[in-house]
Ligand binder design. Structure first.
Ligand SMILES: *Cc1c(COP(=O)(O)O)cnc(C)c1O
Length: 221
């Protein structure tokens, strides 16, 4: 629920001595229909949404108000960039080829596209993102592209029951961003966003905790 997530973000910020206004919430609306997005998020005043499939973003956009700020958080295929429209931030640049394709698209659209580079901090095979060894090269390359604005880094921590296990990965991403003088850190999902905020996340991407209805057990019924 949005109010619960806001409270949890505020509490994590308080522990970390940070201001909640320094942490942007992206409501990951993948798999949710327009009615659910309106009911659970937009009607409560939150307009920043994230999708992880380009076609889903393309198809959902016309069903929702223009004021929505769209973020793309998933693995992006070059031939689908065109579906992203006026996307506010692409979180998931993971190769020179993709960076070049986004730059070409920006040139055609006459805009500079804000992006993050996704980093595979844990070195897991299954995760999307550049390996840490490839990051410096991609940062330099992206900075040389006139229709790309590189703002920061993104990661997905390995799944686990204990969010503390994600902490060293988030801390590592923060160090990498500092090394490259990049201000934005997109890290933290439903299972680990509080730890991510404590470690400096400037953007958290949350789906399940916003959209899934908790199972209320009420014995009086
Ligand atoms: C689905 C998704 C999220 C949100 O995950 P939840 O665990 O549902 O909060 C965040 N980031 C990316 C890249 C995703 O695909």
């Amino acid at each position: 629920m949005l109010s619960v997530v806001h409270d949890r973000i505020a509490a994590a910020c308080e522990r970390a001595g940070r201001s909640p206004s320094d942490v942007k919430l992206v409501a990951v609306s993948k798999g949710q229909d327009a009615a659910s997005v309106k009911d659970k998020v937009l009607s409560r005043g939150h307009v920043t949404l994230g999708e992880n499939r380009a076609q889903e973003l393309r198809d959902k956009r016309p069903l929702l108000p223009d004021e929505v700020e769209w973020h793309f958080v998933g693995n992006l295929q070059r031939n689908k960039i065109k579906y992203l429209g006026d996307v506010a931030l692409i979180h998931s640049v993971n190769s020179v080829r993709l960076a070049d394709a986004i730059d070409d698209w920006g040139a055609r659209e006459g805009r500079v596209v804000p992006v993050l580079i996704s980093v595979n901090v844990a070195g897991e095979d299954s995760k999307q993102g550049v390996n840490v060894e490839e990051l410096a090269g991609l940062v330099v390359h992206a900075r040389g592209l006139p229709h790309l604005e590189l703002r920061g880094l993104m990661t997905m921590a390995p799944h686990g029951d204990d969010p503390e296990l994600a902490r060293p990965h988030f801390r590592y991403l923060r160090e990498l961003a500092k090394l490259h003088d990049l201000p934005e850190l997109s890290m933290g999902m439903s299972g680990d966003f509080e730890v991510a905020i404590e470690e400096g996340a400037t953007i958290v991407r949350i789906g399940t905790a916003l959209f899934e209805t908790p199972q209320v057990q009420d014995d009086r019924l």
